[in-house]
Design a protein around this ligand. Structure first.
Ligand code: ADP
Length: 243
């Protein structure tokens, strides 16, 4: 059974086809990257997959369950990292982790996660006082507290410095080794190369490439993935239909 299966997913806002017939399947233990420029349809796809947005047609399942009708059972096994969250002003890192832990039947050891993502020294700090990069790492930890089988991570390392990015990559690769399935979005192609087993590139709601990073490179006229990615996504400078 696939960890995530998206079939013929469509979602329009008025005349805008935000997601146009997308099919993706992610195997268990895989790291899958959903890529594309701003407005390509990544967030809409993720929201439809998580059941927080109604879609027009198609079907979605996570761990064989329907995210709209089997929410309670499913979200015991699925972690989601939110970009911005409204936490109480004065809540500390430890308190947030404890509150989150209390919601789940078999939570992870959050102290180990704080250590793994180099945030243990901030455990007494208020969440509101953390730097952008520290908050980003904390939100990843919060997504991992349920001991999920699948985790959705949106722009994991935006705003992180080089060292913090490596910490996050290594932490995620460790969890992958233990069988975690990771569905992520990223605007950094070095990150995608370091982490993703397979990718899907969206352009204006349509999937224009699906496969491994190596396949993406070899089907383009370029040798570097970043250049290949720009070639796939950019309509002004390159014309990839001609190749
Ligand atoms: P991405 O996450 O890749 O930046 P989005 O899924 O946010 O892309 O957006 C895809 C398209 O849908 C864009 O053209 C965007 O303007 C449009 N869109 C997104 N949300 C809404 C909304 N709530 N109402 C109308 N149009 C929307």
């Amino acid at each position: 059974m696939e960890a995530i299966k998206i079939s013929d997913l469509c979602k329009a806002y008025g005349n805008t086809k935000a997601v146009n017939n997308i099919s993706i399947s992610v195997n268990r233990g895989e790291v899958f990257g959903l890529l594309g420029a701003n407005g390509a349809g990544k967030s809409t796809t993720i929201e439809c997959v998580l059941g927080t947005k109604k879609f027009d047609s198609g079907s979605v399942s996570i761990l064989g369950m329907n995210p709209q009708t089997e929410r309670k059972e499913l979200f015991e096994k699925v972690g989601v990292q939110f970009q911005e969250s409204n936490y109480q002003d004065k809540i500390t890192v430890t308190e947030l982790c404890e509150v989150t832990q209390a919601l789940y039947k078999q939570p992870s050891d959050y102290v180990a996660l704080l250590k793994q993502f180099s945030l243990l020294d901030k455990c007494k700090s208020q969440v509101s006082e953390l730097s952008g990069g520290e908050k980003q790492r904390l939100f990843i930890i919060v997504a991992l507290i349920p001991s999920p089988e699948v985790v959705f991570l949106d722009e994991i390392t935006t705003g992180l410095d080089s060292r913090a990015r490596r910490t996050v990559w290594n932490g995620l690769l460790e969890l992958k080794k233990k069988g975690l399935t990771i569905f992520l979005t990223s605007h950094f192609m070095d990150e995608v190369e370091a982490l993703c087993d397979r990718i899907c590139i969206l352009k204006k709601g349509t999937s224009i490439f699906s496969g491994t990073v190596q396949e993406a490179i070899s089907r383009s006229p370029f040798e570097k993935f970043e250049e290949a990615y720009l070639w796939y996504t950019d309509e002004e400078e390159f014309n990839n239909e001609s190749v």
